[in-house]
Write a protein that binds this ligand. Structure first.
Ligand code: ASP
Length: 311
């Protein structure tokens, strides 16, 4: 059983500096050399980053590394900063169609270089999960194995920092052989409704972006203002997708429950159901890259690809 660990950075491999914790080479390497010298190979994605600096290009780089090394390994580990780990986990679910091996992401809330770090246990648990988990993209954290397309960072300080709604659908796009999808240069806006929020920015985004994520209230309502209606009408006229998700971390949207959903239904927004904002953002990025055709994009967004929403 051979496993490749792709180290991208994040708290797990950080050291204290005058400016705060920062990634450093040698930390994760040292831990592996001491604890799993023979079974896990290591690949550093230099430069190591705080995941606050991750971009879709980094998702593509991780996916490309897995695809390039696919035949040589039985499983893959990714050590990653926790701040955007959920985005990357979802992105890998969408990027790796036909994935037939486990890909386990993990990280830490405290660096391996700090007393009481959770990093060692998380990494050892991830190595065990790499041996036993079903094919798909999973997050191993604080003793739990979580669905890669449903996971979210739910606590900024607790060691048990991640949550995920369960799913019966494995976190992978089905396919006979591995097919890697990439993101493109598309511009996506992330817009949140709020009481009295000015809609000029929504309008600007509708005029200039390739796709919008709209974070709605509760089960799927939004203010029925002329400004929001104009922005959504602009998006529709330009044939760009508007993917709506709930601001509530749990439960998701049930569009149409309230009459105040009319503004969304009338303008053809795509119902993101109970997708996390992280999965919605990653799914839109891959959808925009996969087809230029508005109808195909819509169908793609409305279909569950890897259990990212409850069908
Ligand atoms: N800022 C860090 C990162 O996301 C937080 C962490 O890893 O826990 O890289």
């Amino acid at each position: 059983m051979k496993t490749l660990l792709i180290h991208t950075g994040g708290t797990i491999g950080m050291v204290a500096t005058d400016a705060g914790f920062a990634p450093a080479e040698g930390v994760v390497e040292g831990f592996l050399a001491a604890h799993a010298p023979d079974t896990v190979d290591l690949c550093l994605l230099s430069p190591l980053i705080d995941s606050a600096n991750a971009t879709p290009a980094d998702w593509d780089r991780i996916a490309a590394t897995i695809a390039d090394q696919y035949a040589a390994y039985d499983a893959f580990l990714v050590t990653h900063g926790t701040d955007t780990l959920a985005y990357t986990a979802a992105a890998l679910c969408f990027a790796l169609e036909g994935l037939g091996k486990p890909v386990i992401l993990t990280g830490a809330m405290l660096p391996l270089t700090v007393e009481g770090s959770d990093g060692g246990q998380n990494l050892l648990d991830a190595i065990v999960a790499a041996h036993g988990a079903p094919a798909g993209v999973w997050v191993q954290f604080a003793g739990r194995l979580l669905h890669g397309a449903r996971v979210r960072k739910s606590h900024s300080r607790a060691l048990d920092a991640f949550a995920a709604d369960p799913s019966d659908i494995a976190p992978r796009r089905l396919g006979d052989t591995l097919l890697r999808h990439t993101t493109g240069p598309a511009k996506t806006a992330f817009l949140s409704v709020a009481p009295g929020v000015p809609t000029d920015l929504f309008q600007h985004a509708a005029e200039t972006c390739d796709g919008l994520i709209l974070r709605c209230y509760g089960s799927g309502t939004a203010p029925g203002t002329p400004g929001l209606a104009r922005a959504l009408a602009t998006a529709r006229a330009r044939d760009i997708p508007v993917l709506a998700v709930s601001q509530c971390p749990e439960g998701g949207m049930v569009l149409g429950t309230y009459a105040a959903a009319a503004i969304l239904l009338d303008h053809g927004v795509v119902d993101g159901r109970d997708m996390t904002v992280e999965a919605a953002y990653a799914k839109l990025a891959y959808t925009l890259a996969e087809s230029p055709d508005p109808a195909t994009r819509r169908a793609h967004l409305e279909r569950s690809l890897c259990g990212e929403f409850t069908p």
